[in-house]
Design a binder for this molecule. Sequence first.
Ligand SMILES: C[S@@+](CC[C@H](N)C(=O)[O-])C[C@H]1O[C@@H](n2cnc3c(N)ncnc32)[C@H](O)[C@@H]1O
Ligand code: SF4
Length: 403
Amino acid sequence: MPSTLPDGDPVPSSGSLPGSALEGLGERPFGFYVHVPFCVTRCGYCDFNTYTASELGPGASQKDYAETAADEVRRARANLGDVDLPVQTVFFGGGTPTLLPAADLVRILAVIEEEFGLAPGAEVTTEANPESVDRAYLEELRGGGFTRMSFGMQSASEHVLRVLERRHTPGRPARAVQEAREAGFRHVNLDLIYSTPGESDDDWRASLAAAIEAGPDHVSAYSLIVEDGTRLAARIRRGELPMPDDDVAADRYLIADAMLAEAGFEWYEVSNWAASEAGRCRHNLLYWTGGDWWGVGPGAHSHVGGTRWWNVKHPAAYAGRLASGVSPAHAREVLTAEDRAVERLMLELRLAQGFPLKEIERPPVVARALADGLLEVEPFKTGRAVLTLRGRLLADALVRDLT
Ligand SMILES: C[S@@+](CC[C@H](N)C(=O)[O-])C[C@H]1O[C@@H](n2cnc3c(N)ncnc32)[C@H](O)[C@@H]1O
Ligand code: SF4
């Protein structure tokens, strides 16, 4: 979730949704995202809506956060009406959700369950910084209904972690995975970042090898984005660090895909690989396939039936709105049919399942992409256009040309 909020249409103080959003509610998968906006320190590259204790200021406290978030869950129930809406996926993200006591995360999940009910086999994930948990903490989460852990590993190279300003040691993520397994988690993800300034191909290979060796059933690998306003961007501007290079990033992607495939991981989205179908992140798939989700927390974005809204950004403003019985939504937009079609193409074309060829409206661009080997027509999924490996490298540009 980027830290800047777009403008949009006003939201009534009750938070009530337009009738169009509520049509068909319950027929699409429904999930919750819970944003936890606290970190011990801010990593030099990160632009997410998160606050360290010294940045937070008065009016919001970590201690009260679980009850504030639970209030928003109750408002969600009131705004969505009493339609049967079992929750298929819950994703706690941050910030560092695991900076809160495990009991607080379990409490928020329990309120979601009380208000909506969880669908059988619901996926419940939390992100965690590897150094922020131990075996007892993980057991408490598992006992409280969490089913999946997602650890921010980023790299196994000490000098890369230093450039990123991460707090954990290179060996800590693997031990966190092991502790999660011992606590009973079947599903564990490791997030990796490539093309950090100073990282070599061999550093990246060693990071992938360490991640695979740790035994997760899911790996996400994203190229480092240099976000304006971060310490990393300032260091690059001052010439202290080189700007990540696109060609280097492309090579690193190819290394990642080859090593992960060799280890039995299959890509199912351009930046995401899973060891089996059960290992895929159903919450992210819900985002990428047009599902409904309610985003709880400061700056959190939601989408229900073609209406998108986003909450006020600062934790104090967020808590203040809820304490006075007002919706924390800052603004919203109702997507047109055309917006939705474009969005669908942008998200679904990045999936290994591809996109129905006949629904793509720019035949000359498709013809060129097929001729250039960026797209292929998947023989077993008749009529779906799927990115080739080369297409995955150029996915952003191709999607831009197609929309
Ligand atoms: C925002 S963090 C939240 C979870 C947790 N605090 C952590 O750091 O793992 C989620 C993921 O986004 C990644 N991320 C944040 N800023 C990024 C950037 N500028 N480029 C690439 N990945 C980024 C993080 O490294 C992390 O793996
Ligand atoms: S710990 Fe995660 S959310 Fe916090 S600053 Fe670092 S990358 Fe961002």
